[in-house]
Ligand binder design. Sequence first.
Ligand code: GDP
Ligand code: CO
Length: 394
Amino acid sequence: MKLDVPRFTERFGTISMHGVQRVYELDSGYKTGKSKSEAIRTIDNEVISEIEGKMAIVIPIKGERLKLLEGVLSGIPHDCLTIIVSNSPRQPIDRYKLEREAIEQFNRFAEKNSIIVHQRDPGVSEALREVGYADLLSNDGTVRNGKAEGMIIGMLLSKMSGKDYVGFIDADNYVPGAVNEYVKIFASGIAMSTTPYTMVRVSWIYKPKVSDNGVYFSKWGRVSEITNQYLNSVISYYTGFETEVMRTGNSGEHCLSMKLAESLTYSSGFSVEPYEIINLLEEFGGIIPTEHQDAMDKGIEVMQIETRNPHFHEEKGDAHVRQMFLEALGCIFHSKICHPELREKITSELQTRGLLDAEKEPPQLQRIRPFKDIDVALFSKILHEKSTSYLYCE
Ligand code: GDP
Ligand code: CO
C-alpha cells in the first residue's frame, strides 16, 4: 500500500493524534522498498502479510442479513483470525445457528481459522464471572446487549489466541473489496507506527446515499459529523487552539495493538468508538494521573487513514440514529475532562434535535474496566468447558 505520511499531528500529553492520511495505491507491489519521497510511505505486501498473521478481525453482528456476513468473511485476508461475536436473536428463528452454519460452510472452502460465539451464551458469562470481570454482565447475570460488549468479548478471544493486534469490521458491509481494504489499512498503519501502543481508524472517503435521483456521494454520515465536532471541541478546550484533527469519532472500522486495547476503559453500546478517543485523552492526555506508565513512556499513536472504497452499509433508520447520537454525545458529556461550557452545548444540541427533555442530562453509560489483568487462560478453559455456542473452525 502506498500512502501519505501524516501531514499534521496534534499532541496531547503522550498522545500523537495524526491528521487523515490518504492512500495512493491499494497495492504497491511485493518488494518495492523505500519511496523516493519522504512524504510517501510504501508498505510492501510481505510486511502487510506478516502483520495480518498477528491480527484478529472481530466482527460484531446482530441480526444482519447472511448474504452481507458472507461477503464480509470473503474480504478478510486469509492470515487473519476471524472472530464473530453474535448477538442475533435465537427465537423464533435461531439466527445464530444460521450464522454458524454459514461460517462452517465458508471455512470448509477457505480452510481458514475462525471463531464464532454468541454474546449471551451463559457459558461466556460464567467464564467472565470466574475471572472477576463482571463489567460486561447485566443484573440477570448474562452479558448485556450492546456493540461494545460484543467487541470486548472479541478482544478477549483475540488475546486468548495470542494475537498482537485486533481490528473491527461491521457485519453489514455490502462490499467485500472494501473490507479487504480496511484490513490492509490496519496493517499499514501498524507498520508505520513507532510505538507498541497504536490505534488505526478508518476514515471513509464517501458514504453514499442511494435515492430516486441516483447515488449521491456524501462525505459524512449523519452522526459522525456531530460526534467529530464535539470530540474536536474537547481537544480544543484543553489546548486552547481550535482543531479539526478528529475525523473518525464513530468509525466502527478500526484496529488496536493488544497492548493499547487491554489498557483502555470502554463505554457500553454504540458509545464505544467515540469513548475510545475520550478515554485516551483521560488516561494519557496528561490531565489526570494514569497507572499506565509504560504507555506514557513509549507514547500513543492514533492514525486516521482514508479509504479508496466508498462505504456502503445497511441503513438502519431514525431510531438507530437517535440512539447513536445520544450515546455518543452522552459519553463526551459525562467525561471528567469535558469542559462545563461544552456540557451546556451538548445539552442544547440534544434538546434542539428533540432528543432530550429540558432539565435532563444525556444518559450515562456503563464503563468497562481494562481487561489487562484478566487471566485469559482461565477464561479460555471455562469457555471451552461451559459454552454451548463457541466454535473454533480451522
Ligand atoms: P452503524 O453502522 O454505526 O450505524 O451501526 P450498525 O447498526 O451497523 O452496527 C455496527 C455493527 O455492530 C453491525 O455489524 C451490527 O450488527 C453490530 N451490532 C449492533 N449491536 C450489537 C450487539 O448488541 N452485539 C453485537 N455482538 N453486535 C452488535
Ligand atoms: Co452499519
